[in-house]
Design a binder for this molecule. Sequence first.
Ligand code: HAH
Length: 339
Amino acid sequence: MSEGQNTPSLRDVYRPYFSIGAAVNPRSLVSHADLLRTHFNSVTAENEMKFEVIHPEEDVYRFDHADALVQFAKDNGMRVRGHTLVWHNQTPDWVFVDDAGQPASADKVRRRMRAHMETVLGRYQNDVYCWDVVNEAISDHADAYLRPSRWMTALGDGYIAEAFRCAHEIAPSALLFYNDYNETKPDKRDKIYRLVAGLLDEGVPIHGIGMQGHWMMTEPSIEEIRDAIEKYASLGVQIHVTELDISVHEYVHEPDKSSAAARVFDERLEREQADRYEQLLQLFREYSRVIRNVTWWGIADDETWRDNFPVKNRKDWPLMFNEQHQPKEAFWRAVNFAK
Ligand code: HAH
């Protein structure tokens, strides 16, 4: 069956609740353009606005891919979520070293952070309405609070507050988010809460929490997700689900990755995943007062980072459209709810 007149638009069905987003890349903007135009009204760059891509050398900015994404969004009446400014990953070494190859001074790193934001936030001032200013700054370990990172080494724990203040000065009308994964695990959830509560107490401009939503079929439980939403919402900030996907595999931790069994995405699995998505979207609708955007980390199952995470070369089927770009059972459950 092809995408016919009778397929409702996900974004139109969800208009009363929140905007519907997808992470895109230069290839999928072409190969998945029809699905994007029909079902989505928000896009996030999967990689093209990350530091190492957009600002690979101190005097070199590469805007071609990000510009194309912004143009696609404009042409199709979509909004753009910016991802991401300050992160321990996919940030080039030059940011943290001086001409002699030694760790750069705090002042130097601070100036570089500002220059990066002035150029990137400045360029997209009118096109990107919100930014993941800081990504994944909280530790996954129970005995640690912040994740060690080169930003923190250079600037101290205050780097997070600095990043938000700087972003706000440069783009005063942008909505500024803190974004993280494992955001529903009680220990990490409470640390994210503590971080954002502390920033708000200090008067730091932060407007939202991004819950990445890289989840599995049974974990986290709906109750855990609800508890996290409640806790974050109690801070008075908005929530975006920024990187949603539901892997059909068990999560596999480091040493035994190779033993992870492959699966076939059969009818039973498709139905189980649809049950999961039905519950999730019902929960999100219930909290639509605070959840203002839900973004999938991809568009259709033919192209997903989950094929290589957490296990390399293991096919996964985490999204709402199948490998042929047709709506999956999860899609029909998402649009056919009792209003
Ligand atoms: C996210 N990290 C990042 O925010 C996103 O930019 C990236 O493209 C994919 C997922 C999730 C993550 C990871 O990459 C590695 C370990 C844990 C979690």
